[in-house]
Design a protein around this ligand. Structure first.
Ligand SMILES: Cc1cc2nc3c(=O)[nH]c(=O)nc-3n(C[C@H](O)[C@H](O)[C@H](O)COP(=O)(O)OP(=O)(O)OC[C@H]3O[C@@H](n4cnc5c(N)ncnc54)[C@H](O)[C@@H]3O)c2cc1C
Length: 431
Protein backbone atom coordinates (compact mmCIF):
# COMPACT_ATOMS: atom_id res chain seq x y z
CA UNK A 1 0.00 0.00 0.00
CA UNK A 2 1.12 3.51 -0.77
CA UNK A 3 2.39 5.50 2.25
CA UNK A 4 0.13 8.29 3.48
CA UNK A 5 2.57 11.02 4.30
CA UNK A 6 3.44 13.33 7.01
CA UNK A 7 4.98 15.65 4.48
CA UNK A 8 8.63 16.63 4.62
CA UNK A 9 11.21 17.96 2.22
CA UNK A 10 14.92 17.20 2.09
CA UNK A 11 15.71 20.10 4.36
CA UNK A 12 13.12 19.27 6.99
CA UNK A 13 13.26 16.65 9.66
CA UNK A 14 10.11 14.54 9.47
CA UNK A 15 9.56 14.23 13.23
CA UNK A 16 10.29 17.90 13.89
CA UNK A 17 7.86 18.92 11.17
CA UNK A 18 5.01 16.79 12.37
CA UNK A 19 5.48 18.16 15.92
CA UNK A 20 5.57 21.72 14.65
CA UNK A 21 2.44 21.28 12.56
CA UNK A 22 0.30 19.57 15.19
CA UNK A 23 -3.11 21.21 15.36
CA UNK A 24 -2.58 23.21 12.21
CA UNK A 25 -4.96 23.13 9.29
CA UNK A 26 -3.23 21.35 6.41
CA UNK A 27 -3.65 22.92 2.98
CA UNK A 28 -2.26 21.20 -0.10
CA UNK A 29 -1.71 23.49 -3.08
CA UNK A 30 -1.16 21.80 -6.45
CA UNK A 31 1.11 23.90 -8.67
CA UNK A 32 4.07 26.11 -7.78
CA UNK A 33 3.58 28.68 -10.53
CA UNK A 34 2.77 32.34 -10.03
CA UNK A 35 -0.60 31.76 -8.34
CA UNK A 36 0.46 28.78 -6.19
CA UNK A 37 3.62 30.44 -4.88
CA UNK A 38 1.86 33.68 -4.06
CA UNK A 39 -1.00 31.86 -2.40
CA UNK A 40 1.37 29.74 -0.31
CA UNK A 41 3.57 32.53 1.00
CA UNK A 42 0.51 34.52 2.03
CA UNK A 43 -1.30 31.62 3.67
CA UNK A 44 1.35 29.72 5.64
CA UNK A 45 1.36 30.80 9.27
CA UNK A 46 0.88 29.56 12.80
CA UNK A 47 -2.53 28.14 11.94
CA UNK A 48 -2.00 26.90 8.39
CA UNK A 49 0.47 24.30 7.23
CA UNK A 50 0.88 24.78 3.48
CA UNK A 51 2.31 22.06 1.27
CA UNK A 52 3.07 23.05 -2.29
CA UNK A 53 3.37 20.22 -4.81
CA UNK A 54 4.73 20.60 -8.32
CA UNK A 55 5.53 18.10 -11.04
CA UNK A 56 8.69 20.02 -11.99
CA UNK A 57 12.08 19.98 -10.29
CA UNK A 58 11.91 23.78 -9.97
CA UNK A 59 9.23 26.34 -9.13
CA UNK A 60 7.85 28.86 -11.64
CA UNK A 61 8.84 27.19 -14.90
CA UNK A 62 6.37 29.25 -16.95
CA UNK A 63 7.35 32.47 -15.18
CA UNK A 64 10.92 31.78 -16.22
CA UNK A 65 10.05 32.08 -19.93
CA UNK A 66 7.49 34.85 -19.44
CA UNK A 67 8.03 38.31 -20.89
CA UNK A 68 10.81 36.88 -23.11
CA UNK A 69 12.72 35.90 -19.98
CA UNK A 70 12.11 39.24 -18.24
CA UNK A 71 8.69 38.48 -16.67
CA UNK A 72 6.21 41.29 -17.10
CA UNK A 73 4.85 40.80 -13.60
CA UNK A 74 2.02 43.35 -13.62
CA UNK A 75 0.63 46.45 -15.28
CA UNK A 76 0.88 49.64 -13.27
CA UNK A 77 -2.64 50.92 -13.87
CA UNK A 78 -5.81 51.63 -11.93
CA UNK A 79 -8.34 48.87 -11.29
CA UNK A 80 -10.84 50.21 -13.85
CA UNK A 81 -8.26 50.16 -16.63
CA UNK A 82 -7.06 46.75 -15.49
CA UNK A 83 -10.55 45.29 -15.66
CA UNK A 84 -10.89 46.70 -19.20
CA UNK A 85 -7.95 44.51 -20.26
CA UNK A 86 -9.54 41.27 -19.10
CA UNK A 87 -11.12 39.33 -21.94
CA UNK A 88 -13.10 36.66 -20.12
CA UNK A 89 -15.08 37.20 -16.93
CA UNK A 90 -13.78 40.61 -15.82
CA UNK A 91 -16.63 40.97 -13.31
CA UNK A 92 -15.67 37.76 -11.57
CA UNK A 93 -12.17 39.15 -11.02
CA UNK A 94 -13.18 42.60 -9.77
CA UNK A 95 -13.07 41.74 -6.07
CA UNK A 96 -9.72 39.89 -6.23
CA UNK A 97 -8.02 42.65 -8.27
CA UNK A 98 -9.52 45.39 -6.13
CA UNK A 99 -8.29 43.71 -2.94
CA UNK A 100 -4.81 43.06 -4.30
CA UNK A 101 -4.00 45.67 -6.93
CA UNK A 102 -1.02 46.18 -9.27
CA UNK A 103 0.29 48.78 -6.79
CA UNK A 104 0.30 46.08 -4.08
CA UNK A 105 2.31 43.78 -6.35
CA UNK A 106 4.86 46.53 -6.97
CA UNK A 107 5.12 47.23 -3.23
CA UNK A 108 5.51 43.52 -2.46
CA UNK A 109 8.46 42.96 -4.80
CA UNK A 110 10.14 46.24 -3.89
CA UNK A 111 9.86 45.34 -0.19
CA UNK A 112 11.10 41.78 -0.74
CA UNK A 113 14.38 42.71 -2.40
CA UNK A 114 13.30 42.56 -6.05
CA UNK A 115 13.03 46.16 -7.30
CA UNK A 116 10.77 46.74 -10.30
CA UNK A 117 10.65 49.25 -13.14
CA UNK A 118 7.81 50.42 -15.36
CA UNK A 119 8.16 50.51 -19.14
CA UNK A 120 6.03 51.51 -22.15
CA UNK A 121 2.34 50.71 -21.72
CA UNK A 122 2.74 50.57 -17.90
CA UNK A 123 4.38 47.15 -18.18
CA UNK A 124 6.28 46.30 -14.99
CA UNK A 125 9.50 44.23 -15.04
CA UNK A 126 12.26 43.46 -12.55
CA UNK A 127 15.02 46.12 -12.73
CA UNK A 128 17.47 43.29 -13.42
CA UNK A 129 15.46 42.18 -16.50
CA UNK A 130 15.70 38.61 -15.17
CA UNK A 131 12.52 36.60 -14.58
CA UNK A 132 14.60 34.42 -12.27
CA UNK A 133 14.75 37.29 -9.74
CA UNK A 134 10.95 37.34 -9.51
CA UNK A 135 10.90 33.56 -9.05
CA UNK A 136 13.67 33.62 -6.42
CA UNK A 137 11.86 36.36 -4.54
CA UNK A 138 8.65 34.30 -4.37
CA UNK A 139 10.54 31.10 -3.57
CA UNK A 140 12.48 32.61 -0.66
CA UNK A 141 9.35 34.34 0.68
CA UNK A 142 7.69 30.88 0.68
CA UNK A 143 10.64 29.36 2.52
CA UNK A 144 10.59 32.18 5.07
CA UNK A 145 6.86 31.70 5.65
CA UNK A 146 7.45 27.97 6.29
CA UNK A 147 5.82 26.63 3.12
CA UNK A 148 6.89 23.10 2.34
CA UNK A 149 7.62 22.70 -1.33
CA UNK A 150 7.81 19.22 -2.75
CA UNK A 151 9.27 18.88 -6.23
CA UNK A 152 8.63 16.22 -8.87
CA UNK A 153 5.27 15.40 -7.35
CA UNK A 154 2.70 15.02 -10.10
CA UNK A 155 -0.75 14.87 -8.57
CA UNK A 156 -2.85 12.16 -10.18
CA UNK A 157 -6.11 12.44 -8.31
CA UNK A 158 -7.99 14.36 -5.61
CA UNK A 159 -10.53 12.36 -3.61
CA UNK A 160 -13.08 13.77 -1.23
CA UNK A 161 -12.92 11.85 2.05
CA UNK A 162 -15.29 11.77 4.98
CA UNK A 163 -13.08 14.45 6.53
CA UNK A 164 -11.05 16.53 4.10
CA UNK A 165 -9.34 15.24 0.98
CA UNK A 166 -6.78 12.75 -0.24
CA UNK A 167 -4.36 14.15 -2.80
CA UNK A 168 -2.58 11.30 -4.61
CA UNK A 169 0.77 11.30 -6.37
CA UNK A 170 2.44 8.23 -7.85
CA UNK A 171 4.52 7.54 -4.73
CA UNK A 172 2.60 9.19 -1.91
CA UNK A 173 -0.81 10.38 -0.72
CA UNK A 174 -1.40 13.60 1.21
CA UNK A 175 -4.27 14.19 3.59
CA UNK A 176 -5.56 17.75 3.35
CA UNK A 177 -8.19 19.84 5.11
CA UNK A 178 -8.34 22.07 2.04
CA UNK A 179 -7.01 21.77 -1.51
CA UNK A 180 -5.97 24.65 -3.75
CA UNK A 181 -5.81 23.90 -7.48
CA UNK A 182 -3.21 26.20 -9.06
CA UNK A 183 -2.28 24.02 -12.03
CA UNK A 184 -2.39 26.75 -14.70
CA UNK A 185 -3.79 26.43 -18.21
CA UNK A 186 -3.03 24.09 -21.10
CA UNK A 187 -0.60 26.18 -23.12
CA UNK A 188 3.17 25.54 -23.24
CA UNK A 189 2.74 22.09 -21.62
CA UNK A 190 6.51 21.64 -21.44
CA UNK A 191 6.43 24.07 -18.49
CA UNK A 192 4.28 21.62 -16.53
CA UNK A 193 0.86 23.16 -17.25
CA UNK A 194 -0.63 20.14 -18.94
CA UNK A 195 -4.24 20.82 -18.03
CA UNK A 196 -4.50 18.34 -15.14
CA UNK A 197 -6.43 20.88 -13.08
CA UNK A 198 -9.39 20.66 -15.44
CA UNK A 199 -9.57 16.92 -14.89
CA UNK A 200 -9.44 17.38 -11.10
CA UNK A 201 -12.18 20.02 -11.31
CA UNK A 202 -14.40 17.75 -13.38
CA UNK A 203 -13.89 14.87 -10.98
CA UNK A 204 -15.16 17.15 -8.20
CA UNK A 205 -18.30 18.00 -10.18
CA UNK A 206 -17.19 21.18 -11.95
CA UNK A 207 -18.01 22.21 -15.49
CA UNK A 208 -15.12 23.18 -17.77
CA UNK A 209 -15.80 25.92 -20.31
CA UNK A 210 -14.31 24.83 -23.69
CA UNK A 211 -10.57 25.43 -23.87
CA UNK A 212 -9.29 27.64 -26.71
CA UNK A 213 -5.96 29.19 -27.60
CA UNK A 214 -5.57 32.83 -26.65
CA UNK A 215 -2.82 35.38 -27.24
CA UNK A 216 -1.63 33.23 -30.12
CA UNK A 217 -0.82 33.76 -33.81
CA UNK A 218 -3.70 33.85 -36.32
CA UNK A 219 -3.23 31.34 -39.15
CA UNK A 220 -3.81 32.56 -42.70
CA UNK A 221 -3.92 30.68 -45.99
CA UNK A 222 -1.58 33.05 -47.83
CA UNK A 223 2.05 32.05 -48.30
CA UNK A 224 4.15 34.60 -46.41
CA UNK A 225 7.44 35.16 -48.26
CA UNK A 226 10.74 34.86 -46.45
CA UNK A 227 11.59 38.54 -46.59
CA UNK A 228 8.42 39.39 -44.63
CA UNK A 229 9.09 36.97 -41.78
CA UNK A 230 10.03 38.71 -38.55
CA UNK A 231 9.41 42.07 -40.21
CA UNK A 232 7.16 44.46 -38.29
CA UNK A 233 4.44 46.50 -39.92
CA UNK A 234 4.28 49.41 -37.50
CA UNK A 235 1.10 51.34 -36.69
CA UNK A 236 -1.31 49.43 -38.87
CA UNK A 237 -4.80 48.26 -38.00
CA UNK A 238 -6.06 44.73 -38.08
CA UNK A 239 -9.79 44.06 -38.49
CA UNK A 240 -11.73 40.85 -38.08
CA UNK A 241 -15.42 40.52 -38.74
CA UNK A 242 -18.26 38.13 -39.44
CA UNK A 243 -22.02 38.58 -39.56
CA UNK A 244 -22.29 39.44 -35.84
CA UNK A 245 -18.83 40.67 -34.86
CA UNK A 246 -16.46 43.43 -35.92
CA UNK A 247 -13.31 44.55 -34.18
CA UNK A 248 -10.36 46.66 -35.27
CA UNK A 249 -7.10 46.87 -33.33
CA UNK A 250 -4.33 49.38 -33.97
CA UNK A 251 -0.61 48.72 -33.44
CA UNK A 252 2.20 46.52 -34.72
CA UNK A 253 1.82 43.38 -36.83
CA UNK A 254 4.42 40.69 -37.44
CA UNK A 255 4.54 37.69 -39.75
CA UNK A 256 5.33 34.05 -39.07
CA UNK A 257 5.24 31.27 -41.64
CA UNK A 258 1.53 31.00 -42.44
CA UNK A 259 0.44 33.22 -39.59
CA UNK A 260 -0.03 36.80 -38.36
CA UNK A 261 1.58 37.64 -35.05
CA UNK A 262 2.71 40.70 -33.09
CA UNK A 263 0.72 42.55 -30.40
CA UNK A 264 -2.45 43.25 -32.41
CA UNK A 265 -2.73 39.72 -33.82
CA UNK A 266 -2.20 38.19 -30.36
CA UNK A 267 -4.85 40.43 -28.80
CA UNK A 268 -7.24 39.77 -31.68
CA UNK A 269 -6.84 36.01 -31.23
CA UNK A 270 -8.25 36.28 -27.69
CA UNK A 271 -11.33 38.05 -29.04
CA UNK A 272 -12.06 35.70 -31.94
CA UNK A 273 -11.19 32.29 -30.49
CA UNK A 274 -14.87 31.30 -30.24
CA UNK A 275 -15.95 32.69 -33.63
CA UNK A 276 -16.18 31.24 -37.13
CA UNK A 277 -16.42 32.44 -40.75
CA UNK A 278 -14.20 35.42 -40.14
CA UNK A 279 -12.78 37.83 -42.66
CA UNK A 280 -9.48 39.42 -41.74
CA UNK A 281 -7.91 42.50 -43.31
CA UNK A 282 -5.21 45.05 -42.60
CA UNK A 283 -5.40 48.78 -43.09
CA UNK A 284 -1.80 49.59 -43.98
CA UNK A 285 -2.33 53.34 -43.63
CA UNK A 286 -4.85 53.81 -40.83
CA UNK A 287 -3.55 57.31 -40.06
CA UNK A 288 -4.76 58.59 -43.45
CA UNK A 289 -8.41 58.51 -44.49
CA UNK A 290 -9.17 57.77 -48.16
CA UNK A 291 -9.12 61.44 -49.17
CA UNK A 292 -5.79 62.14 -47.49
CA UNK A 293 -4.24 58.93 -48.81
CA UNK A 294 -5.33 59.82 -52.35
CA UNK A 295 -3.70 63.25 -52.01
CA UNK A 296 -0.54 61.54 -50.76
CA UNK A 297 -0.51 59.17 -53.77
CA UNK A 298 -0.97 62.11 -56.17
CA UNK A 299 1.90 63.98 -54.51
CA UNK A 300 4.27 61.00 -54.76
CA UNK A 301 3.28 60.44 -58.43
CA UNK A 302 3.93 64.11 -59.22
CA UNK A 303 7.39 64.02 -57.63
CA UNK A 304 8.53 60.91 -59.58
CA UNK A 305 6.38 60.51 -62.72
CA UNK A 306 8.96 58.32 -64.49
CA UNK A 307 9.19 55.75 -61.71
CA UNK A 308 7.03 52.65 -61.32
CA UNK A 309 4.60 51.39 -58.71
CA UNK A 310 7.41 49.68 -56.73
CA UNK A 311 8.85 53.11 -56.12
CA UNK A 312 5.45 54.50 -55.12
CA UNK A 313 4.85 51.66 -52.67
CA UNK A 314 8.36 52.08 -51.26
CA UNK A 315 7.37 55.59 -50.10
CA UNK A 316 4.45 54.11 -48.16
CA UNK A 317 5.43 50.63 -46.96
CA UNK A 318 8.52 48.77 -45.71
CA UNK A 319 10.57 47.63 -48.74
CA UNK A 320 10.43 43.95 -47.67
CA UNK A 321 6.63 44.05 -47.82
CA UNK A 322 6.22 45.60 -51.32
CA UNK A 323 6.62 42.45 -53.45
CA UNK A 324 4.17 40.53 -51.25
CA UNK A 325 1.69 43.40 -51.52
CA UNK A 326 2.03 43.52 -55.32
CA UNK A 327 1.60 39.79 -55.66
CA UNK A 328 -1.42 39.57 -53.38
CA UNK A 329 -3.23 42.54 -54.90
CA UNK A 330 -2.24 41.66 -58.48
CA UNK A 331 -1.00 45.19 -59.02
CA UNK A 332 0.27 45.90 -62.52
CA UNK A 333 3.92 46.88 -62.21
CA UNK A 334 4.60 47.44 -65.91
CA UNK A 335 3.07 50.93 -65.96
CA UNK A 336 5.03 54.13 -65.27
CA UNK A 337 3.47 56.47 -62.70
CA UNK A 338 2.84 59.14 -65.36
CA UNK A 339 0.43 56.69 -67.03
CA UNK A 340 -1.36 55.78 -63.81
CA UNK A 341 -5.11 56.23 -64.34
CA UNK A 342 -7.60 57.33 -61.70
CA UNK A 343 -9.03 53.81 -61.65
CA UNK A 344 -5.56 52.37 -60.97
CA UNK A 345 -5.06 54.87 -58.17
CA UNK A 346 -8.44 53.96 -56.64
CA UNK A 347 -7.59 50.26 -56.73
CA UNK A 348 -4.23 50.88 -55.06
CA UNK A 349 -5.89 53.03 -52.44
CA UNK A 350 -8.48 50.36 -51.73
CA UNK A 351 -5.79 47.65 -51.48
CA UNK A 352 -3.77 49.74 -49.03
CA UNK A 353 -6.81 50.31 -46.82
CA UNK A 354 -8.19 46.76 -47.11
CA UNK A 355 -5.28 44.33 -47.51
CA UNK A 356 -7.00 40.94 -47.06
CA UNK A 357 -5.92 37.67 -45.48
CA UNK A 358 -7.81 34.38 -45.58
CA UNK A 359 -8.53 33.30 -42.01
CA UNK A 360 -7.44 29.73 -41.31
CA UNK A 361 -8.12 29.42 -37.58
CA UNK A 362 -5.82 30.04 -34.63
CA UNK A 363 -2.55 28.37 -33.69
CA UNK A 364 -2.85 25.29 -31.47
CA UNK A 365 -3.60 25.76 -27.80
CA UNK A 366 -0.06 24.61 -26.92
CA UNK A 367 1.31 27.73 -28.60
CA UNK A 368 -0.99 30.26 -26.97
CA UNK A 369 0.45 32.50 -24.28
CA UNK A 370 -2.63 31.77 -22.22
CA UNK A 371 -5.58 29.38 -22.28
CA UNK A 372 -9.08 30.72 -22.75
CA UNK A 373 -11.81 28.73 -20.96
CA UNK A 374 -11.41 26.57 -17.88
CA UNK A 375 -13.22 26.14 -14.58
CA UNK A 376 -16.60 27.84 -14.93
CA UNK A 377 -16.50 30.92 -12.71
CA UNK A 378 -20.22 30.61 -11.98
CA UNK A 379 -19.25 27.68 -9.76
CA UNK A 380 -16.56 29.60 -7.82
CA UNK A 381 -16.96 32.28 -5.13
CA UNK A 382 -15.24 35.42 -6.51
CA UNK A 383 -14.27 36.71 -3.05
CA UNK A 384 -12.59 33.53 -1.82
CA UNK A 385 -11.96 31.40 -4.96
CA UNK A 386 -13.68 28.52 -3.13
CA UNK A 387 -15.71 26.03 -5.11
CA UNK A 388 -19.45 26.50 -4.65
CA UNK A 389 -19.90 22.80 -5.37
CA UNK A 390 -17.27 21.24 -3.15
CA UNK A 391 -16.39 23.04 0.09
CA UNK A 392 -12.68 23.10 0.87
CA UNK A 393 -11.58 23.15 -2.78
CA UNK A 394 -10.21 26.39 -4.26
CA UNK A 395 -9.18 27.41 -7.79
CA UNK A 396 -6.63 30.14 -8.52
CA UNK A 397 -4.82 31.49 -11.59
CA UNK A 398 -5.14 30.37 -15.18
CA UNK A 399 -7.06 27.16 -14.43
CA UNK A 400 -10.11 29.43 -14.06
CA UNK A 401 -12.05 30.62 -17.11
CA UNK A 402 -10.30 34.01 -17.08
CA UNK A 403 -7.75 35.53 -19.44
CA UNK A 404 -6.48 38.98 -20.32
CA UNK A 405 -4.46 40.83 -22.97
CA UNK A 406 -0.67 41.04 -22.84
CA UNK A 407 0.94 43.65 -20.58
CA UNK A 408 1.32 41.92 -17.21
CA UNK A 409 -2.41 41.37 -16.65
CA UNK A 410 -2.31 37.58 -16.60
CA UNK A 411 0.42 37.41 -13.95
CA UNK A 412 -1.48 39.92 -11.82
CA UNK A 413 -4.61 37.77 -12.11
CA UNK A 414 -2.58 34.80 -10.84
CA UNK A 415 -1.25 36.86 -7.89
CA UNK A 416 -4.59 38.48 -7.01
CA UNK A 417 -6.59 35.23 -7.09
CA UNK A 418 -3.84 33.52 -5.04
CA UNK A 419 -3.97 36.35 -2.53
CA UNK A 420 -7.79 36.27 -2.29
CA UNK A 421 -7.68 32.55 -1.58
CA UNK A 422 -4.97 32.92 1.08
CA UNK A 423 -6.89 35.68 2.85
CA UNK A 424 -10.08 33.58 2.79
CA UNK A 425 -8.38 30.55 4.34
CA UNK A 426 -6.75 32.73 6.98
CA UNK A 427 -10.04 34.42 7.78
CA UNK A 428 -11.69 31.03 8.25
CA UNK A 429 -9.19 30.36 11.06
CA UNK A 430 -10.51 33.36 12.95
CA UNK A 431 -14.24 32.93 12.30
C1 LIG B 1 5.73 32.27 -23.32
C2 LIG B 1 4.84 32.91 -22.29
C3 LIG B 1 5.11 34.22 -21.88
C4 LIG B 1 4.28 34.84 -20.93
N1 LIG B 1 4.61 36.10 -20.53
C5 LIG B 1 3.80 36.72 -19.63
C6 LIG B 1 4.15 38.01 -19.12
O1 LIG B 1 5.23 38.54 -19.39
N2 LIG B 1 3.25 38.62 -18.27
C7 LIG B 1 2.05 38.03 -17.92
O2 LIG B 1 1.29 38.64 -17.21
N3 LIG B 1 1.76 36.78 -18.32
C8 LIG B 1 2.60 36.12 -19.15
N4 LIG B 1 2.30 34.83 -19.53
C9 LIG B 1 1.12 34.16 -18.94
C10 LIG B 1 1.47 33.75 -17.49
O3 LIG B 1 2.74 33.13 -17.49
C11 LIG B 1 0.42 32.80 -16.92
O4 LIG B 1 -0.85 33.35 -17.07
C12 LIG B 1 0.69 32.53 -15.44
O5 LIG B 1 1.96 31.93 -15.28
C13 LIG B 1 -0.37 31.61 -14.84
O6 LIG B 1 0.00 31.28 -13.54
P1 LIG B 1 -0.59 29.97 -12.83
O7 LIG B 1 0.00 29.93 -11.49
O8 LIG B 1 -2.05 29.96 -12.97
O9 LIG B 1 -0.06 28.76 -13.72
P2 LIG B 1 1.43 28.29 -14.08
O10 LIG B 1 2.39 29.40 -13.90
O11 LIG B 1 1.32 27.66 -15.40
O12 LIG B 1 1.76 27.19 -12.95
C14 LIG B 1 1.09 25.96 -12.89
C15 LIG B 1 1.98 24.96 -12.18
O13 LIG B 1 1.22 23.79 -11.87
C16 LIG B 1 2.04 22.68 -12.04
N5 LIG B 1 1.19 21.50 -12.28
C17 LIG B 1 0.28 21.32 -13.27
N6 LIG B 1 -0.33 20.12 -13.15
C18 LIG B 1 0.21 19.51 -12.04
C19 LIG B 1 0.01 18.27 -11.40
N7 LIG B 1 -0.86 17.38 -11.86
N8 LIG B 1 0.74 17.98 -10.30
C20 LIG B 1 1.64 18.86 -9.81
N9 LIG B 1 1.88 20.06 -10.39
C21 LIG B 1 1.18 20.39 -11.49
C22 LIG B 1 2.92 23.01 -13.22
O14 LIG B 1 4.11 22.26 -13.20
C23 LIG B 1 3.16 24.51 -13.01
O15 LIG B 1 4.36 24.75 -12.32
C24 LIG B 1 3.15 34.16 -20.42
C25 LIG B 1 2.90 32.85 -20.82
C26 LIG B 1 3.74 32.22 -21.72
C27 LIG B 1 3.46 30.80 -22.13
Amino acid sequence: MMPVDTCFTNSYNKKEMSEKNKGKKRIVCIGAGASGLFFALNCADAENEVILLDSNAKVGRKMYISGKGRCNITNDCEVKEFIGNIVRNPRFLYSAINNFKPADTIAFFNEHGCPLKTERGNRVFPVSDHASDIIDCLFFACRKAGVKIEFEKTVKEIRKEKEGFLVSCADRDYHADAVVIATGGRSYPSTGSTGDGYRFAESLGHHIVDLKSALCPIRVKEFIPRECLRMTLKNVSLSAHNASFKKTLFGDLEFLPGALSGPIALSMSSLINRLEDLSVEVDLKPGLDEEKLDKRLLREIEVAPNKDVYHLLGTLLPREFCSFFIEQTKTDTSIKLNSFTKAMRSKLLHDLKHFPFTFDGLEDIDKGIVTSGGVDVKEVDPRTMESKLCKGVYFIGEVLDVDAFTGGFNMQIALSTGHACAMALKKEDHD
